[in-house]
Write a protein that binds this ligand. Structure first.
Ligand code: PLP
Length: 467
C-alpha cells in the first residue's frame, strides 16, 4: 500500500489501509516531508525505503572506515563472510540448545586458539568468545582475583592489586575500577615505552593478583617482553616472594605472533601464563565485535565463575558478562580460520607487516620525522617530529592528514613520557602497498605545507582518537 499524495498518513489511515504496517512504497513528495527523529519517536511509520535512504545518507557523514588508520578493528571482509554474517545475525549465541552448531563452532574456535597459543591440552580447551578484548580482559581479571583470594585465604581486609605498564589499554583501568582492584601502573621511563621485567617484578607484593603483559602495546605496537617478565616473576617466587601469574593481553598480537613470530615464546609455553585474550575483530580479521579469552587449563578458571546454560537438555558451561549476543561474528571468525588456514593467516599478517615496515622506513627517510617503532612487531608504528621541528607538531600533521581523508591519531604517551607526542599508524588487511604509497604522498604534501607555512603551527591537544 503506497503512502502517497504528499501527505503523511495518520495512524488511523495506516491501520485501516496497510495489512502489514511495515510495508510501504517511497514517494518523492512524501519523502520530502519526512524528517528523521532525533529526540522522540515520530508518530507514524515511514516506508522502509525512505527510512533506509535517510539513515544511509546520514551515515555518509562518518569518515571512510578504510582510510581510518587509527583503528585496529577490521574494516573489510570478503563478500562470503558478509553473507554468512547476514545469515547468522539472528542467532543468539546464548541459546546453545537452539543453535547447537553455532555453539560447536564457538568451541572449535576456542580449541584452534588454544592450539595456536600452545595450551598444554588444546583438546580440552578452556575459553569462550566475548564481545571483544575488553570483556575478555574483565573475565580474565576476575579469574585472577578469585585465584588470588583463594590463595590468600579469602582475607577481606586485603586490597588486591594488578601490576601493569602505564601503557595498558583503558579496559584494564576499567577492570580495576569496576572490580575494586588497585591499578598498579608502572610508569614508562626514557626509551622504555612499555612494561619492563625488572620493574614488573619490583611492583609485585603479596596482594598482587597478576601481571598484565601486552602483546603489543596500543600506543606504539611494541611487544612487551613476556618471557623476561615471566623469568623475573619466577626469580621472585624462587626467592620466597609471591607467586604471581601473568595474563597476556594479546588483543592484537595474539593473532600476529603465532604466524609471524613462531620462535617468540610469549604464550602458554611459559608456565606462568595463566590466560590470554585476543580481539577477533582486530588482527583476527573479523568485523566488530568478537573477542576471545582462553585459560591455560580448567584449573586456571575458578569453577564458581562458570554458569551452566541449557544445551540440548544438558548443561553447557558459560562465562560471560552479558547474556544475548549475535552469533554472526563467531561464525565469521570460524569462516576466517577455515578459509585461510595457517599459511593463509601467515600470508595476510605478513602482508600487513610488510606494508607497516616499508611505510615506516619511507617515513624515516623524511628529515622531519623520527620513528618510535618500526612496525616489525604489531604491524603498527608510531613516529614523532625530529628534534629540529619546532614550528609545528604531530597534532598539526594529524589535522592536515584529515583534510586528505586519512584518520591518524596524535597523542602524548602515558606517564612518565607525557612529554613525547606521537602519530600512530595501524596497518591492517586491506591497507595495501598502493594505499600506503598514496598515504605517503599525502603525508609529504601535508609536511611541505607545514614547513612552508609556519602559521600552521600550534599544539591544540590530542586529536580525539581512543583506539
Ligand atoms: C592491548 C589492548 N587491549 C585491549 C583492547 C580492547 O579491545 P576491544 O576493543 O576488543 O575491547 C585494545 C584495543 O585497542 C588493546 O589494544
Amino acid at each position: 500500500m503506497a503512502l502517497h499524495g504528499g501527505q503523511i498518513p495518520t495512524r488511523h489511515d495506516h491501520a485501516r489501509r496497510v495489512g502489514n504496517p511495515l510495508l510501504g512504497v517511497a514517494n518523492p513528495a512524501y519523502e520530502s516531508e519526512v524528517l528523521p527523529p532525533t529526540n522522540a519517536l515520530a508518530a507514524d511509520p515511514v516506508p522502509a525505503d525512505v527510512a533506509y535512504q535517510i539513515v544511509h545518507d546520514e551515515l555518509m557523514l562518518d569518515g571512510s572506515a578504510r582510510m581510518n588508520l587509527a583503528t585496529f578493528v577490521t574494516t573489510w571482509m570478503e563478500p562470503q563472510a558478509d553473507k554468512l554474517m547476514a545469515e547468522s545475525v539472528d542467532k543468539n549465541m546464548i541459546d546453545k540448545d537452539e543453535y547447537p552448531q553455532t555453539a560447536a563452532i564457538e568451541n572449535r574456535c576456542v580449541a584452534i586458539l588454544s592450539d595456536l597459543w600452545h595450551a598444554p591440552e588444546p583438546g580440552t580447551a578452556t575459553g569462550c568468545s566475548t564481545t571483544g578484548s575488553s570483556e575478555a580482559c574483565m573475565l580474565a581479571g576476575m579469574a585472577l582475583k578469585r585465584q588470588w583470594a583463594a590463595r590468600t585465604g579469602n582475607d577481606v581486609t586485603r586490597r588486591p592489586n594488578l601490576v601493569m605498564g602505564a601503557n595498558v589499554q583503558v579496559c584494564w583501568e576499567k577492570f580495576c575500577r569496576y572490580w575494586d582492584v588497585e591499578a598498579r601502573m608502572v610508569p614508562l621511563e626514557g626509551d622504555r615505552l612499555h612494561l619492563g621485567a625488572v620493574e614488573a617484578a619490583a611492583a609485585c607484593d603479596e596482594n598482587t593478583i597478576g601481571v598484565v603483559a601486552i602483546l603489543g602495546s596500543t600506543f606504539d605496537g611494541s611487544y612487551e617482553p613476556v618471557a623476561d617478565i615471566a623469568a623475573a616473576l619466577d626469580a621472585l617466587a624462587a626467592g620466597g616472594g609471591p607467586d604471581v601469574p601473568i595474563h597476556v593481553d594479546g588483543a592484537s598480537g595474539g593473532m600476529i605472533a603465532p604466524f609471524l613470530d613462531p620462535d617468540l615464546v610469549w604464550d602458554f609455553r611459559l608456565p606462568r601464563v595463566a590466560s590470554i585474550n585476543t580481539s577477533g575483530h582486530k588482527y583476527g580479521l573479523v568485523y566488530p565485535g568478537v573477542g576471545w579469552a582462553i585459560w591455560r587449563d580448567a584449573d586456571a578458571l575458578p569453577k564458581e565463575l562458570v554458569f551452566n546454560v541449557n544445551y540440548l537438555g544438558g548443561d553447557m558451561p558459560t562465562f560471560a558478562l552479558n547474556f544475548s549476543r549475535p552469533g554472526a561474528e563467531v561464525i565469521a571468525q570460524y569462516y576466517t580460520f577455515f578459509r585461510l588456514g595457517f599459511s593463509g593467516m601467515t600470508a595476510v599478517q605478513q602482508a600487513s607487516r610488510d606494508v607497516a615496515t616499508e611505510l615506516a622506513a619511507n617515513i624515516e627517510r623524511l628529515p622531519e620525522y623520527r620513528l618510535i617503532t618500526r612496525g616489525d612487531e604489531l604491524p603498527v608504528f608510531a613516529f614523532t617530529t625530529s628534534a629540529d621541528v619546532t614550528s609545528w607538531d604531530v597534532f598539526a600533521v594529524s589535522r592536515g592528514l584529515r583534510e586528505h581523508g586519512w584518520q591518524v591519531p596524535a597523542y602524548t604517551l602515558p606517564a612518565d613520557r607525557t612529554d613525547l607526542a606521537v602519530l600512530r599508524i595501524v596497518c591492517r588487511n586491506g591497507f595495501s602497498r598502493d594505499l600506503a604509497d598514496l598515504f605517503l604522498r599525502d603525508l609529504q604534501a601535508v609536511t611541505t605545507s607545514l614547513v612552508s607555512d609556519t602559521a600552521a603551527a600550534g599544539h591544540t591537544g590530542p586529536s580525539g582518537f581512543h583506539h
